[in-house]
Design a binder for this molecule. Sequence first.
Ligand SMILES: [Zn+2]
Length: 112
Amino acid sequence: MPRDPAEALSEKRRELEAELAALAPPRQERGVQPQFGKRAGDHIAESADLMVRAQAATALRQLLVEVEAALARLRQGEYGRCEVCGGEIGAARLEAVPWAGRCISCAEARRR
Ligand SMILES: [Zn+2]
């Protein structure tokens, strides 16, 4: 039985927001507490960690935009229509990727 896309999308949005919140370090706490016993490499490791977090956050935000767009299409009755060719995205694809904005052939054409 296919899931209600509105429900699936809202759930995904909550999930992404929670992940983003978890990724964002509490800024005000950073640097306030001095940490002793740090090795020379720790600073580099920390910078690398911040970079990984920033990249992950960017990917999550991008996905969040897609989820929001899908919710908007749902409200406008445009959900399930490919934004490129106007064709049906297809139930199986929407089931797997409820926020898909393109049908499988347009999505693949873009990747090439
Ligand atoms: Zn298409």
